[in-house]
Design a protein around this ligand. Structure first.
Ligand SMILES: [Zn+2]
Length: 180
């Protein structure tokens, strides 16, 4: 069996062996369980336990870690316009084990972590305007590629029925000549 790794909340590798998680400790791997003195070694792709655990494997903790890893994977791959709460709901919504759900951080914290992961991967996401107020017209967008003024009118973000008119003076002349 290949060596299995998970990821810690700080993005560090965790070795998963025989139902226990280990963090890297110099050349060896140290069991994550507080007080347990078990160490493991990886040699030529094979994990060897150097000293035994003083506890049973924590299946729930492993499932929690795997689900958190999946959540952050989803966060990294999410498109700019997907909502953080939807990413969290999608992963958490698939969980059926109450024990696992019970050990997850609360939803507010999960969203915060997911949002942090997203910002780390993509510090400047393209913001999608969801309301008329959100629409920001940059200076460049007010002009055509030829440098003609393109934004004729904008009633402003404070107008609940905001009206934005884009047209060039030449287009308006054409409209004026049209009999209809
Ligand atoms: Zn242990």
């Amino acid at each position: 069996m290949s060596v299995q790794f998970l990821e810690s909340s700080r993005g560090k590798p965790l070795l998963l062996h025989d139902g226990s998680q280990f963090r890297q400790d110099r050349q060896k791997w140290r069991c994550l369980k507080t007080g347990c003195r078990s160490r493991a070694e990886i040699r030529d792709g094979v994990v060897t336990l150097c000293s035994d655990h003083d506890h049973a494997p924590d299946i729930v903790a492993n499932a929690v870690r795997k689900n958190l890893n999946e959540l952050h994977e989803a966060a990294r791959g999410a498109s700019d316009d997907s909502r953080t709460s939807n990413i969290v709901d999608k992963v958490v919504g698939l969980l059926t084990s109450e024990a696992v759900i019970g050990q997850l951080p609360n939803l507010r914290l999960l969203r915060k972590q997911v949002s942090y992961t997203r910002k780390k991967v993509n510090p400047n996401p393209t913001t999608v305007a969801r309301t008329l107020k959100d629409i920001v017209i940059t200076h460049a967008e007010k002009f055509t590629l030829k440098g003609e003024l393109f934004l004729l009118h904008d009633s402003g973000p404070d107008d609940p029925c905001r009206i934005i008119v884009f047209a060039t003076p030449a287009n308006l002349m054409l409209l004026r000549e049209c009999p209809e």
